[in-house]
Design a protein around this ligand. Structure first.
Ligand code: CDP
Ligand code: MG
Length: 717
């Protein structure tokens, strides 16, 4: 590898006696490789130009193809150019946890620093930053929460909103907030500089007087002085207009990518089962195509894990020579140490199959991909404001997504993309995905905006306004949960407490109520377990065994209690073995136990982490964590009081009617109550596949509803 191109830092370190120490040689070689990789990225050649653009413009929009180096390189360019002087931070927001974590790790390595030092990340329930952190990757939701404590985001000199094209609800709200913060911060400097009322232009070219629409919380703080905030919006979508227009005609620059041709192959007919079709295609590629890794887009953890198992099974049926196929999953809730596995180079002679959710579309760029399998689906939220009904369903992707997916095959050389649908279906896809803010329940957003002091939600300057009916329905829901007063203000203390918890409002309310019902211990476990995808798994080949295992935890009252039983059994196991100190050993014991009991150990570990984090939050809030012991009636009453908006009543023909929406639903076959079919239940999830299914279901007494939620149910009866 070329010695001449080494950076100074690397050269000075290379003085060490590396020839006598293999580890040092390895580390040295890796450093060289990384330095060379960085230099080869398309963005490297425009470093100076980009830094100049950031210096000149208060707001800059950077559009660049995925993989050009935006996320990993730009923050380093700005750090080196002195944007972190005076201890200020460069914040980079990502819509996805996985991206924040993997990119931070990569950039820390590129900088040759330990994670958490100069480079760190912070996501909900996991903070890897210290006082020395200067480049901070985080989720967009997390920065929104920070704004609650530090409304001017005064620690940051630069904020980069990355993956803005994804248009998650948090990104959209963040853009609105940052727009205000930026005007307010540039105004605070301008005021300082021009005490007389001289007309100045702020960074956006807007006249200062226009800034009078600041959020009210920013107005209150006008006496303080802050240095201006640089705002950078990065997007992989080629159309920057929507962002530029929103920021008053802000400057947009384009970073050239590098893309090799990708052959697109379609099926002749629609595939009835895309999971099965994916599996067949994986093996066709493995046995029939040249070397190169495969990236498969699936819709969620459950699907990924089942495909992973099926691949492993089928490999065993192949001749010995053909078994060199390894699978690597990647999805949001994967423990962070496992997420990095996708970046480990494939061993010689092997083929890697990466099973990913749509995070691999643009957020996470994985090297080595030559083949992409695109079944054409994604799991997405949808919201019906008339019914107040939010559901998760598997829906066709947009054309823009299909193009991003196929593009992944052409990063390092020509590739192939297998679309598991006919070309005629591609033509029918929507051009682009609707922003999430227009298809989700807004109660969370509203709660946060209210907590930030935004009085007029309908008048808030959203990049694209959600529908009025969705805003009103969500306000109504917050009112029913007791978060809002008649005057549409946050209630004291409940509304403020709810806004402080990093959870869906309905879960925050459940925790607050549980402390009154003296079953907060049980509710903490419930909320943690409901925050992860699936705790149980039932592989087709061991269905009976899995059911028996599941039954050993099951409660006749329903799934919530069963989840508590699993959580407690795991905790008891660890306590009994007294392994609380040795993390590695404890993990091993837990994994083995999970395997024997058909429990998803990744999900359980994640739930245990979430549990300890929320426990910290509620204790800080002064809520009393106590258990209702054996009095499960008390706990079920608390479930009814908390989730009354998700109550359903059995119909004569055995289906259920959701009381708030009137929707006909069925209990999901994975529920403990699938056969028992009690008269009245509450549930926590509505999913739409062939039917509308409710999941995580518990039996309640119908009469409790009017007793415990009279604000809703007396009106109905
Ligand atoms: O943000 P953008 O899509 O423009 O690119 P990036 O995420 O900065 O990635 C630039 C390069 O770094 C790609 O070639 C990635 O494969 C590589 N990368 C990596 O090897 N490991 C990571 N954890 C992240 C990025
Ligand atoms: Mg990126």
């Amino acid at each position: 590898m070329a010695q001449g191109g080494l950076s100074k830092a690397t050269e000075s370190r290379s003085n060490a006696k590396f020839s006598t120490d293999n580890r040092k040689v390895d580390a040295f070689a890796r450093k060289q490789k990384i330095a060379q990789h960085r230099r080869s990225l398309p963005i490297a050649s425009v470093e100076k130009r980009l830094v100049d653009e950031v210096r000149k413009n208060g707001i800059l929009i950077i559009v660049g193809e995925t993989g050009s180096g935006k996320t990993t390189q730009l923050p380093q360019f700005l750090f080196n150019a002195g944007f972190c002087r005076d201890g200020k931070l460069i914040g980079v927001t990502q819509p996805r946890r996985v991206a924040a974590v993997t990119v931070a790790k990569r950039v820390a390595e590129e900088c040759g620093v330990e994670l958490g030092q100069r480079v760190g990340y912070s996501i909900r329930f996991d903070d890897m930053t210290t006082g020395s952190t200067r480049i901070k990757y985080m989720t967009d939701g997390l920065l929104l929460r920070e704004a609650l404590l530090d409304p001017y985001l005064s620690r940051y000199s630069v904020i980069i909103v990355d993956e803005a094209h994804e248009r998650t609800v948090h990104t959209d709200v963040l853009l609105g907030l940052l727009k205000n913060v930026q005007i307010a911060r540039s105004k605070s400097v301008n005021d300082h500089l021009n005490n007389e009322n001289k007309k100045t232009k702020n960074d956006m070219g807007l006249e200062k007087e226009n800034g009078t629409q600041y959020l009210s919380f920013l107005k209150q703080d006008q006496g303080r002085k802050f240095p201006p905030l640089k705002l950078i919006i990065m997007s992989a979508s080629l159309d920057a207009r929507v962002f530029s227009d929103y920021f008053g005609g802000a400057r947009a620059v384009h970073v050239q990518g590098r893309q090799f041709p990708v052959d697109i192959l379609y099926t002749h007919h629609p595939e009835p089962d895309y999971v099965d079709a994916s599996l067949i295609t994986i093996f066709q590629i493995h046995l029939g195509e040249g070397p190169g890794d495969v990236l498969v887009f699936l819709t969620g953890q459950e699907e990924i894990e089942s495909v992973e198992r099926l691949i492993k099974e089928r490999i065993q049926q192949l001749p010995e020579d053909n078994r060199k196929l390894m699978t690597v999953p990647i999805f949001s809730s994967l423990p962070s140490e496992q997420q990095m596995r996708v970046f480990v180079p494939t061993p010689a002679g092997f083929r890697k199959v990466i099973l990913a959710t749509n995070i691999a579309e643009t957020s996470v760029t994985i090297p080595g991909i030559k083949y992409v399998i695109d079944p054409g689906f994604v799991k997405a939220r949808s919201y019906d404001p008339k019914k107040g009904l939010e559901s998760l369903s598997i829906v066709p992707i947009s054309k823009a997504q299909a193009l991003q997916r196929s593009g992944r095959a052409g990063r390092q050389g020509p590739g192939k993309c297998f679309r598991l649908y006919p070309e005629s279906e591609f033509e029918k896809l929507e051009d682009s995905t609707k922003p999430e803010i227009q298809r989700c329940n807004l109660s969370n957003v509203i709660l946060q905006l209210k907590a930030l002091g935004v009085e007029d939600i309908i008048g808030f300057d959203f990049i694209e306004k959600p529908s009025r009916s969705a805003i009103i329905k969500s306000l109504e829901q917050l009112f029913l949960l007791g978060a809002m007063t008649d005057e549409c203000k946050l209630s004291d203390p409940v509304g403020h407490q709810m806004a402080r918890l990093p959870l869906d409002p309905i879960y925050s309310k459940a925790l607050i109520l549980a402390s009154e019902f003296k079953c907060l211990e049980e509710m903490l476990i419930t909320v943690a377990m409901l925050s992860v995808e699936s705790i149980f798994y039932a592989p087709r080949e061991n269905l009976d065994e899995a059911r028996t295992a599941m039954n050993s935890f099951s409660s006749p009252e329903g799934d919530h209690l069963s989840l508590i039983n699993v959580f407690r059994a795991a905790s008891e196991l660890l306590e009994k073995r007294n392994l609380s100190l040795g993390k590695e050993k404890a993990d091993k014991v837990l994994r083995k136990w999970c395997k024997e009991n058909f429990i998803n150990s990744r999900s359980l570990r994640h739930a245990r982490d979430i549990h300890s984090q929320i426990q910290g939050h509620v204790e800080q809030m002064g809520l009393h964590v106590s258990s209702c012991g054996d009095d499960m009636l008390q706990f079920r009453r608390c479930l009814a009081a908390s989730f009354f908006l998700n109550a359903a009543l059995k119909q004569p023909e055995g289906t259920y009617r959701a009381l708030a929406s009137g929707q006909v639903v069925q209990i999901h076959p994975s529920s403990m109550l699938f056969r028992a079919k009690p008269d009245c239940v509450i549930y926590n999830e509505l999913i739409e596949t062939t039917h509308k299914y409710i999941r995580n279901v518990t039996r309640i007494d119908y009469l409790w509803l009017s007793e415990l939620a009279p604000q809703f149910y007396t009106l109905q009866s």
